[in-house]
Design a protein around this ligand. Structure first.
Ligand SMILES: [Zn+2]
Length: 294
């Protein structure tokens, strides 16, 4: 990383955020109003209930009548959207406005342009400035785009998801699924853009071919216990017709009760609980020869 790149990242992003000045200014005004409660603003402040001030991102917009002072929510940490803190992302949502996400199409997050070695452009995030339709979270235009997207007819230049829902796959902003596919290791020179590593599922190891396939086949209701490797040991676990697990020594053919607290097969056999001797012709336990302990 170098400071120059970071600094230019910030500069470009700040520029992109100019559009949000109105929102931020409104927030400042609101804070002042709440603190001082001047008579002139009391009416408006009254309308802004405390609960609304603390409303999380996914809260519905305040019901009408709309407060004349903008209610701004600071985005909360979201485990499903870990790059929400990236400087290109919207940090304040105006709850009085439409919840449609807008992007600054004419700008891009530094480093994402192909000319800059990027894979695909991603954009600064913004908010639709239209008033939501009465009782709705979206304005009429955004609602129309959302419906088209839901019907699989998304207009890629008009719809980028909602600010009050989990980050839309095609939001075109840092952190969305499409972004992570393009920049799994982040944008060059931008350490804030690196997606956290998700624990990769371990590659499923190919199940070893059961060299004891024959032995397994001869077990009537044989279900090798799922978490055990049948192939290695001289021990074979199986479920008896009675439904009770048992373990058989493939060399001696002696069958024992299972100590389920053990995961090591060699230790699973309860040597003092012999169930019988396996009859390989009949495919069942022959109790003959079992020491009669009773
Ligand atoms: Zn809108």
């Amino acid at each position: 990383m170098n400071a120059e790149v970071l600094s230019s990242t910030r500069a470009a992003v700040n520029q992109a955020f100019d559009q949000r000045e109105v929102v931020l200014a409104a927030e400042a005004a609101k804070a002042a109003a709440v603190a001082a409660k001047p008579a002139a603003k009391r009416k408006a402040t009254k309308a802004v209930k405390e609960a609304e001030l603390l409303a999380p991102v996914d809260a519905p917009p305040p019901a009408s009548p709309k407060p004349s002072v903008a209610v701004v929510a600071t985005v909360a940490a979201d485990p499903t959207d870990p790059l929400k803190t990236h400087p290109s992302r919207l940090q304040k949502i105006d709850l009085a406005k439409c919840m449609g996400r807008k992007i600054v199409i004419s700008k891009w997050v530094p480093g994402t342009h192909k000319d800059e070695g990027g894979v695909k452009k991603f954009h600064p995030e913004g908010q639709c400035t239209a008033a939501p339709a009465t009782g709705e979270a979206l304005c009429a235009k955004c609602a129309e785009q959302e419906a088209l997207a839901a019907a699989g007819k998304r207009d890629a230049k008009k719809w980028f998801g909602r600010l009050d829902l989990p980050l839309y796959e095609f939001a075109a902003v840092v952190g969305c699924k499409q972004y992570i596919e393009c920049y799994p290791n982040g944008i060059a020179g931008d350490p804030l853009s690196i997606p956290p590593k998700t624990a990769e599922a371990p590659a499923p190891s190919a199940p070893k071919k059961a060299k004891k396939a024959k032995a397994a086949a001869e077990v009537p209701v044989a279900i090798a216990m799922a978490n055990l490797d049948v192939t290695e040991a001289e021990w074979l676990t199986f479920i008896q017709k009675s439904g009770v697990p048992a373990i058989r020594n493939l060399k001696t053919q002696m069958v024992y009760a299972v100590d389920a607290s053990e995961t090591d097969r060699a230790k699973m056999a309860k040597m003092d609980e012999v169930l019988g001797k396996w009859d390989t012709e009949k495919g069942e336990i022959d109790p003959y020869g079992v020491p009669d302990e009773e």
